[in-house]
Design a protein around this ligand. Structure first.
Ligand code: SF4
Length: 159
């Protein structure tokens, strides 16, 4: 299995979720939100294709992280590969955060998204809306986005 990445893994991030985290930057997003900070991640044919096994190998070398954060780009355009990586890091005791331009409701309605959604502990959902941009929000860019704590895909808490 392969995954298309926008950038190398970023380890030791403290701004993409709680605790020290490794960020996986997926390539490809169809939403093209005005004001998106990562426009280079939009092209579904851009970035670099690597094997999921190579990503796992690299993750094995990374220590002292609380979890992984899937960002992009749109992680849910690469459900199978992201789900495989999420399962792998969970076996190592890491938690899983994921940014998505979809809402939780949209993801829940489509069973194709379930393999990844069921692995996610915290979902930051919804597109970036420039008119609702708010620099004071924790881990989010605009007020429409929610920080959702999930268990097996279901919402436990909304922040
Ligand atoms: S969903 Fe995220 S990556 Fe995609 S265009 Fe919007 S802000 Fe950018």
């Amino acid at each position: 299995m392969v995954i298309r990445l926008a950038a190398p893994l970023s380890k030791d991030s403290i701004v993409d979720g709680e605790g020290l985290r490794t960020v996986l930057w997926t390539q490809g997003c169809l939403l093209k939100c005005p004001g998106c900070h990562n426009p280079h991640t939009h092209d579904p044919a851009g970035g670099t294709v690597v094997s999921v096994e190579a990503v796992k190998f690299e993750l094995r070398q990374i220590r002292l992280q609380r979890g992984i954060t899937f960002a992009g780009g749109e992680p849910f355009l690469q459900v199978a590969a992201c789900a495989e990586i999420a399962r792998f890091v969970k076996q190592r005791g890491w938690n899983v955060w994921c940014y998505t331009g979809f809402t939780h409701e949209q993801l829940s309605l489509n069973p194709a998204f379930a393999p990844l959604l069921e692995q996610v502990d915290v979902l930051i959902d919804g597109p970036f809306v420039l008119a609702q941009r708010d620099l004071t929000l924790r881990f989010r860019g605009s007020r429409n986005q929610r920080l959702l704590r999930l268990e097996r895909g279901r919402i436990l808490a909304v922040e």
